[in-house]
Design a protein around this ligand. Structure first.
Ligand code: CTP
Length: 406
């Protein structure tokens, strides 16, 4: 993953016991391509050594307002100018208070006040300190100044108390960082995305389903939300957490998905159907668990509605150019021919085709290799990428199509 490539991040570490976790965050930021400069408050240096942070960041660590070796340089002004993003993690009540009141009696708060880059603040402290009205008021003030606050987790603290105050986990902070840094090129768009499998019940215990994990659809929802779209995710059963800022509509069967999609499509500028919808469902379901005993069992399947085809047909009938319709085709043979056929037959604007026979592509894995074909016969083949990167590339292509329509 290289979502932070070329990004310069200033990581401010303050004096909380969770300062040691910042060491892992430096590694995670660098792994994503970011350049990290660490600034520590004096109390942070009591919890973790500047030497550790220097070794992990590969950069000089700053914790004094004045550099003894270069007195002519004013570090807080230079550091404030040089970065794309400031991340304060962990942020103590003291530092939050300083920033809320514009106090600059240490290097970190002076830098933040002098910086015009966005600032993400991840509070971590004892839960009583966190819940104290003074801290809550300071946090509310920071929000009005445009700082991006990431709520701490609930749990047992180092001091033995329970409650909110634990430093958030890296994936949550990462989502906020990516959103803050993302270009807002989908602002104003309403995008409906379907994801995951559907389950078609047979009796109270069994159902007919497929191997879809929902990862591709969730990656698209997260990427579109990062880029400023209002995202509604209609999802079959998955084990994935709902992406932040996305409206999640949980469904089980194809008929439920059909209902939820049709109820919302009128408000959407784009519909992306990444879900693996069951084409058939059992014609009848049993109220009680079917018992064994018969040498064989037969049951009839009836066709589910083809949701995407119906959307394409409605669009043709209405003569409207919106919503833009994007389908997926997971194929095990003749994938380009099959994908092109679905593009035409379902009246789509674009189809994303993947060959599920390839190594590391398709179901359950974190990577994908797709080809996109649009209604003007434009074609783009992507290399093997993470589903997250694939999602951004699909959205880039979608934007080009949208530009063509306006
Ligand atoms: N789709 C849908 N409703 C269905 C079946 C599929 O909306 N009942 C959508 C999928 O979400 C996907 C696209 O249609 O975006 C293609 O789905 P796919 O399963 O690849 O193709 P099918 O149309 O079902 O055809 P086949 O199973 O014969 O390959």
């Amino acid at each position: 993953m290289t979502q932070l490539a070329d990004k310069k991040i200033l990581l401010g570490i303050t004096g909380s016991i969770s300062a040691y976790k910042a060491a892992d965050w430096v590694r995670a930021l660098r792994k994503e391509g970011g350049t990290v400069t660490v600034v520590m408050t004096e109390s942070a240096t009591k919890f973790i050594s500047p030497l550790t942070m220097a070794a992990l960041s590969g950069n000089r660590v700053y914790h004094h307002m004045f550099k003894d070796d270069e007195p002519e340089k004013i570090p807080h002004i230079n550091l404030a100018r040089e970065h794309d993003l400031n991340l304060i993690a962990p942020a103590t009540a003291q530092t939050i208070g300083r920033l809320a009141h514009g106090l600059t009696d240490d290097l970190l708060s002076a830098i933040i006040l002098a910086s015009s880059a966005p600032t993400v603040v991840c509070p971590a402290m004892n839960s009583k300190m966190y819940l104290h009205p003074a801290t809550q008021t300071n946090i509310a003030t920071l929000k009005t100044y445009g700082y991006h606050l990431v709520d701490p987790d609930n749990g047992t603290m180092a001091c033995g108390e329970e409650g909110p105050g634990r430093l958030t986990e890296w994936p949550v902070a990462r989502q906020t960082i990516l959103k803050v840094l993302a270009k807002q090129d989908l602002a104003g768009e309403s995008i409906l995305i379907t994801a995951g499998p559907t389950r078609e019940p047979f009796d109270p215990v069994r159902f007919l389903s497929n191997r879809s994990s929902g990862k591709m659809g969730y990656a698209l929802a997260e990427a579109a939300s990062q880029r400023g779209a209002r995202v509604t995710l209609v999802s079959g059963p998955t084990t994935l957490p709902a992406p932040a800022g996305v409206e999640l509509i949980a469904i089980t069967s194809a008929q439920q998905m059909h209902r939820e999609v049709m109820a919302r499509v009128g408000e959407m500028s784009v519909v992306i159907k990444a879900a693996a919808v069951s084409d058939y469902r059992p014609a009848s379901t049993y109220d009680h668990k079917v018992k064994k005993g018969q040498p064989s069992l037969q049951f009839e399947l009836i066709a589910n509605p083809d949701i995407l085809k119906e959307l394409g047909q409605d669009k043709k009938n209405s003569g409207c150019v919106t919503p833009l319709l994007v389908g997926f085709a997971a194929e095990s043979q003749n994938h380009l021919e099959e994908g092109s056929r679905k593009l035409r037959e379902k009246n789509l604007d674009m189809i994303v085709i993947n060959d599920i026979g390839g190594a590391n592509t398709g179901f359950e894995v974190d990577t994908n290799r797709v080809t996109m074909i649009d209604r003007n016969n434009g074609r783009e083949e992507l290399p093997l990428l993470s589903k997250e990167e694939t999602a951004h590339r699909i959205l880039d292509r979608l934007l080009q199509l949208m530009e063509g329509k306006r």
